[in-house]
Design a protein around this ligand. Structure first.
Ligand code: MN
Length: 227
């Protein structure tokens, strides 16, 4: 087909021992660890999970330099387990949800916290605080065939070698099958969708020159420098 101009290229993420994963949409779960919800000033109950999105173009590859973004003086890190889907659907039942997972990766939901707080206070959208350029660093995806279904494992983030976030994926309020089940009731999911499953407590600011190292047991570590 001819277009008025060349379409932007498909964004992809490397996959361990396989072809790259083409990214469609990026969904993010808000406040999915109780201690993080508390540090954000919210109650962490079992009320329905909420979602926001980032564009696929926000993906930043592993070992890259993330340019310090404009319009903020409070850029914060959020380490998250990323779930990559290879099978879509609507109303995906809980007991089938894991079959939709292609693999897992370590990701960062980079956030302009000052911009987000202002938006929250004014009842405005989060997009510019969450979905800005390079806001979704992501390491290589490890296929679920190799990891098995992930339900637990240490999730950690260090800045310049100092531990800032340390928890276990098992501490998620909404487990991965529940997230897929719930999200697929709101929107139809497709192969290529990524889900950032929320961050544990300990989020904080980074500045130019900081090196972020994010790890989850069994997955490729994610290392990003703020430039
Ligand atoms: Mn997050």
């Amino acid at each position: 087909m001819n277009y008025a101009f060349s379409p932007t290229p498909i964004i992809s993420i490397p996959v361990m021992s396989s072809d790259p994963f083409p990214v469609r949409r990026i969904y993010c779960v808000g406040q999915n660890y109780a201690a993080h919800a508390r540090e954000m000033g919210s109650d962490a109950g079992r009320e329905a999970p909420f979602f926001f999105t980032k564009p696929a173009q926000a993906v930043l590859p592993n070992h890259a330099v993330m340019p310090y973004p404009p319009g903020t003086s409070d850029l914060q890190h959020e380490v998250e387990l990323v779930v990559a889907l290879s099978l879509g659907g609507r109303d995906i039942p809980l007991d089938k949800a894991n079959e939709h997972i292609f693999g897992y990766a370590v990701g960062l939901d980079m956030t302009k916290r000052d911009v987000q707080r202002t938006a929250r206070g004014q009842g405005r959208p989060w997009d510019m605080s969450k979905g800005f350029d390079y806001s979704a660093p992501c390491a290589a995806i490890t296929p679920a065939l190799r990891t098995g279904v992930i339900t637990k494992g240490k999730i950690e983030l260090k800045v310049n070698g100092e531990t800032r976030q340390s928890s276990d994926v098992d501490d998620m309020i909404w487990k991965i099958p529940e997230i897929i089940n719930y999200l697929s009731q709101q929107v139809e999911l497709y192969p290529g969708d990524l889900i950032f499953t929320g961050t544990p407590a300990g989020v904080g600011a980074v500045v130019k020159g900081d090196v972020i190292e994010a790890t989850i047991g069994g997955l490729e570590a994610l290392v990003i420098t703020i430039g």
